[in-house]
Write a new protein. Sequence first.
Length: 70
Amino acid sequence: MSSEYEQNVGKLLAEKTERYDKMKNDPSVSKSELESLLSEIESLESLYENYNLGMNYFRRAKGGRAGLRE
C-alpha cells in the first residue's frame, strides 16, 4: 500500500536520479549543478524514508488510525 505522497516523491526521485545519471557524463555541466542535483536527490530520499518510518506505526498498529478518532 502506498499513498499519493509516496508515489509522487518516488516519481520525483526517479526523475532526478535519471537526470543526474545523464548529466554526470556531460562535460558541459558544471560541478555545482551536479552537486545541487545530488543534494535534491538526498533530500527526496530523506523525505521518502522519514515518511515511511512515521507511517509504519499506523500501518502496522491494530486498527490503524481508528484509535486516533476516539
